[in-house]
Design a protein. Structure first.
Length: 354
């Protein structure tokens, strides 16, 4: 790792955490952002969840550490806003863009426009369905679904009914988590009936659909929330129905979430939910900006393991994805269903350090 650059120059210290590059740009002072302070536009996808609010807080200190000047916007889960915000970035002369498109299909024309202007793009958390980006920084979302399946399937002994509160199936994340969960259940736990409820990543929609599902199927024994957006409504419904009981109680409904926000970790400790997958909000901010700066500086990357515990894969021609670690978090940290887990109070979890 950290290959020495051509003519004895080394990669900057901020890039030492990344995987090997193809070598430094000789003429690093020329063009946009070489030796000068690069200007990067960062669009925050939304600010109505604890996870994304945490990500927003991590971005400015990460930019300061990397020597990046920020231009920021917030698209509020609206693709039209994201497109408009990106147009504004271009008019402001940014040299790179970091975004997290929630509609991973509709962003393609904007990516083409940025590519035409030679403005590199790094996407966070989501991967565009088409279009060119310099790097995708996300965790393996199919693994999210598989980990949730193995947890619930094992806890339920392979029998019963579970509700999956899906995100938006227009998002690659919603599709990945849904497909992996369903495939795992069909293969490993065919005795479990899965009710998929599309929610568009909206908490009120999730609560309404969960309440309706409990009315028609009061013997639900497991819930998979594809994000913490559904946490508050889910807990309220379980409390109203008298189902917030210890796991040893036959009435207990096992709940596994995704995100790893502080509230989820506290709820695991308190027995209100049973597990979550910790999605690395801190590392999304750090490596999203790091790769944006690398792109501006003319660095390149190849598939393979990194020295920050992740793996870069090639998802299609010209698109690389750095799949950051996202552990399954439980009360005791014991392995379950063949899946290793991390104890809820482990200090390596970003949710314990905010």
């Amino acid at each position: 790792m950290n290959r020495k650059a051509l003519l004895g120059l080394c990669l900057t210290a901020v890039l030492s955490a990344a995987v090997s590059t193809a070598g430094c740009n000789r003429d690093s002072d020329s063009g946009a952002g070489g030796a000068s302070t690069p200007v990067v536009g960062v669009d925050y996808p939304r600010s109505d969840t604890d996870f994304w609010n945490s990500y927003i807080k991590y971005v400015p200190p990460s930019a300061k550490e990397l020597g990046i000047e920020l231009k920021t916007s917030n698209s509020q889960n609206d693709i039209a806003n994201l497109i408009s915000n990106t147009q504004a970035f271009m008019s402001q002369g940014v040299k790179g863009v970091v975004m997290a498109p929630q509609d991973t299909a509709a962003i393609a024309p904007t990516l083409d426009q940025l590519a035409d202007r030679k403005i590199p793009v790094v996407t966070i958390d989501t991967r565009p369905d088409t279009g060119k980006v310099f790097m995708v920084v996300r965790a393996d979302n199919r693994a999210y679904g598989t980990k949730a399946c193995q947890f619930l399937g094992t806890k339920l002994g392979g029998k019963g009914k579970v509700v999956m509160l899906q995100g938006d199936l227009a998002s690659v994340n919603g599709r990945d988590r849904t497909e992996a969960f369903n495939e795992c259940m069909k293969k490993d736990f065919p005795g479990i009936q899965v009710f998929g409820e599309a929610t568009d990543w909206k908490g009120d929609v999730a609560a309404t659909k969960l309440q309706t599902r409990f009315t028609s199927d009061p013997d639900i024994k497991g819930i998979y929330m594809q994000s913490s957006f559904a946490l508050s409504g889910t807990l309220q419904i379980l409390k109203q129905r008298g189902l917030q009981v210890p796991p040893t109680d036959p009435k207990h409904v096992f709940v596994v979430s995704n995100d790893g926000i502080p509230e989820e970790l506290k709820n695991i400790q308190g027995g209100l939910i049973d597990a979550t997958v910790s999605q690395p909000a801190d590392l999304y901010a750090k490596y999203g900006l790091l790769y944006a700066k690398a792109a501006i500086d003319g660095k390149t990357f190849q598939p393979g393991p990194t020295d920050h515990g992740s793996t870069i894969i090639q998802v299609r021609d010209g698109v690389l994805e750095d799949q950051l670690a996202a552990p399954l978090v439980t009360l005791d940290g014991a392995a379950i269903g063949g899946q290793p887990t991390t104890k809820f109070d482990d200090k390596s979890l970003w949710g314990n350090n905010v």
